[in-house]
Design a protein around this ligand. Structure first.
Ligand SMILES: [Zn+2]
Length: 361
């Protein structure tokens, strides 16, 4: 809504209830391939609002909310439920487990980090050698994944090989910011829940809460096949590399910045966004006086990388909430960016029509 105009009564807003939902989603553990904990929360929130909900063979939640017209645009909105983390791969007894990374994780960050393991969130730690016992040579060299173990203490039989583990990070509000694990992509999941609950009547909304994005966009590939939409918008969180440069030079290598609004993708390593959709989102933001930024092209990707190549091709674009320190123990994001992302996508859905896809636009 433009300033001074009445707020759309159907418009979703982010208040205390939505923050509580995001907290619950971030504290849930859903490492790729084992997304059950987040799926349960999603089902609880979408079942009362959707016309059709199913869980497919890979574990994607596919929900449909049909609009009021006969020839509505079929709009797929996708948000991945999974997060990066670890999988226990070998029990070495006395509470030690060899583990593997699931998704993109920098091994240098792991030693000494507390973790939650399995469905019961059993406490463990990725053991690190105390500084008293390390040599200078050890301190100057990177630790390999092979040399690390998750330690749950001897005599503790509450976890098993195959269990997933995540960083053990509480959820906290820091004034205008939020700090949590798995903001990538519980922000997208929480946004999609709100959009489904407030779906505008001019479209048929196909909501895909996908699995296994962090290991290669696998859930989105089959979700898009099933849904076969006219168009897709992917909701995710993207790294903000906007820290000050402490060597006195200006940081010009940011790809997104906190506080600058939703990040619209023109290109990433897996997708060239449909230019009609990019333009449409920019025009929508400008007409509704909402801030936005263009995510700078480069590494990383979203579920759009799999969706746009499905069937005979699906015009796709991604919109992300920027967050610092993605794929680490704790990320920081701005509440205002989340609110503006929800507002931008909702406003876009209210305005979208089949003419948008006319080839000459
Ligand atoms: Zn993500």
């Amino acid at each position: 809504m433009t300033p001074g105009t009445e707020r759309d009564p159907g418009e979703p807003v982010i208040g205390a209830a939505q923050l509580r939902l995001l907290e619950r989603l971030c504290l849930a553990c859903a490492v790729s391939g084992d997304e059950g904990e987040v799926r349960k929360i999603v089902l609880e929130h979408v079942r009362p609002h959707a016309d059709e909900v199913k869980v497919d063979a890979l574990g994607n939640v596919l929900a449909v909310k049909t609009g009021q017209g006969d020839h509505n645009l079929k709009v797929m909105l996708a948000a991945h439920m999974d997060e990066i983390g670890f999988m226990l791969v070998s029990d070495e007894e006395d509470g030690f487990f060899r583990f593997d990374n699931v998704g993109g994780i920098d091994v240098r960050q792991l030693p000494g980090k507390p973790v939650w393991i399995g469905k019961e969130h059993v406490y463990g730690v990725i053991g690190a050698k105390p500084i008293h016992l390390t040599t200078e040579d050890e301190r100057n060299h990177n630790i390999t994944l092979d040399s690390l173990r998750i330690d749950i203490g001897p005599g503790n039989s509450s976890v098993k090989v195959g269990d997933r583990a995540t960083f053990a990070t509480p959820f906290s509000r820091l004034g205008p910011s939020l700090r949590a694990k798995a903001l990538d992509n519980r922000l997208g999941v929480a946004t999609l829940i709100e959009l489904l609950q407030h779906a505008p009547p001019n479209i048929d909304l196909y909501a895909a809460f996908t699995v296994q994005e962090e290991v290669g966009l696998r859930g989105a590939q089959v979700a898009a096949y099933t849904m076969n939409p006219d168009v897709a918008i992917v909701l995710d969180s993207t790294p903000a590399n906007d820290l000050p440069s402490w060597d006195g030079l200006e940081n010009t290598r940011y790809n997104t910045r906190l506080g600058a609004g939703p990040a619209i993708y023109v290109a990433d390593s897996a997708t060239l966004s449909d230019p009609r959709l990019v333009r449409f989102l920019m025009e929508t933001a400008e007409s509704a006086a909402l801030p936005y930024q263009i995510r700078q092209p480069g590494g990383g990707g979203t579920d759009a990388g799999a969706i746009h190549k499905q069937r005979t091709g699906i015009p796709s674009v991604s919109v992300s909430v920027p967050g610092r320190y993605a794929h680490t123990a704790a990320s920081i994001t701005r509440l205002a960016d989340w609110k503006n992302t929800l507002a931008l996508v909702y406003t876009a859905l209210c305005r979208i029509s089949p003419e948008l896809l006319a080839p000459e636009r």
